[in-house]
Design a protein around this ligand. Sequence first.
Ligand SMILES: [Zn+2]
Ligand SMILES: [Zn+2]
Length: 259
Amino acid sequence: MRKFGVSFNRITHVFISHLHGDHFFGLVGLLSTMHLMGRVKAIHIYGPVGLKEIIQMQLEVAKGKLAYDLIFREIEPEETSVLFEDDKVSVACFPLVHKIPTSGFRIEEKERERTLLAEKARVDGVKLEYFHRLKKGEDIEEDGTTISHLDYTKAAEPPKSYAYCSDTALSDKTVAAVAGVNFLYHEATFIEALRDRAKATKHSTARDAAEVAKRAKVGKLLMGHLSARYDSGKQHLEESKEVFLNSECVEDGQVIEVI
Ligand SMILES: [Zn+2]
Ligand SMILES: [Zn+2]
């Protein structure tokens, strides 16, 4: 995060998919570093049953008392529910299919307010105090005339959505849970040549990831969690593109605009 200039303070919610080490062993280190850097703002952590005990135990044996609160919410393995919601986004979890209980996450932007045509409103002398109501789609009655929101606002961009699936074998339930998202991050640990390995470890191949993307009619597929045995994602990409063209292998630090 430091390398890519992402501020620790911007993180207020952490979602842990499952308790395999490559997905959460770094958490206690991150929490400790935030403490050392003077954090006082609480962090909400969502994850499988057992995560809270592990983190608390790690902090206790080190006699480390954090200067900020940790607020845990345990995710039930088979739960499909909204974990977090504010006026801008919601985050829901859904079950994946892996060797141990694992959740995927779907982040959904909420419908935005209409965009004000500020210049036009000013030229026509629309009062500042009405702007807020017009953006909400209200029409305003003033001295017997109607100020229509359609004249002074335009529709906002459609809400965006993103889903995160790691680690998992291919499942119909995943397809339903990620249906229609703009961007799908899906693990692609293997390629078809190692189909047996994928099956034994309940991971996906690039083709599996592409299958989900295609069937769920997502906008774009982002593949990651490639096995260390591969030097690049070239073969993964060749495989996925046969099924779902708009695919990409992503790397740490890559910035992707959700459009
Ligand atoms: Zn795993
Ligand atoms: Zn993993």
